[in-house]
Design a protein around this ligand. Sequence first.
Ligand SMILES: [Cu+2]
Length: 165
Amino acid sequence: MTVFKVKMAMLAAGALVALNAMAQAPAVKIDTPWARATVPGQKGTGAFMTLTAQQSLRLVGVASPVAGVAEIHEMKMEGDVMRMRAIAALDLPAGKSVALRPGGYHLMLMDLKQPLVKDTQVPVTLRFADAQGKTSEMQLSLPIALTAPAGAPKAAAGHGAHKHH
Ligand SMILES: [Cu+2]
């Protein structure tokens, strides 16, 4: 019974991932993370997830050992053309779910050093800043897939597949 309880507690802790060793490291819940698989020669791809911060934070950076360059991107209409561009930070209001999804905000992995193979995983580090500017990091292992996993937020409406670099 005790063993069972401990296991349940570990599962609960696992849902709130915060690898920063500091005592009051801000926790961010990550749901349905995934990165889109690439074909050989493809140099860039998107990564997606839903983030829910316990306290107000900003996502201020992303990195991956397989990507020479990793950025936070937004999609914006320029005239009648949908374009993506890098943004310095993405607000994560306390308790509010923020979706990174195809056609919307996403993480952009560029200058890939290897193809992202379906059904494997890619390590990604997210960097957050709190209201005081204190930063913390979270390490994730994103499943690589061709399409969004079940339960992931739908692609932003009205825009088909957009071209990455
Ligand atoms: Cu992009």
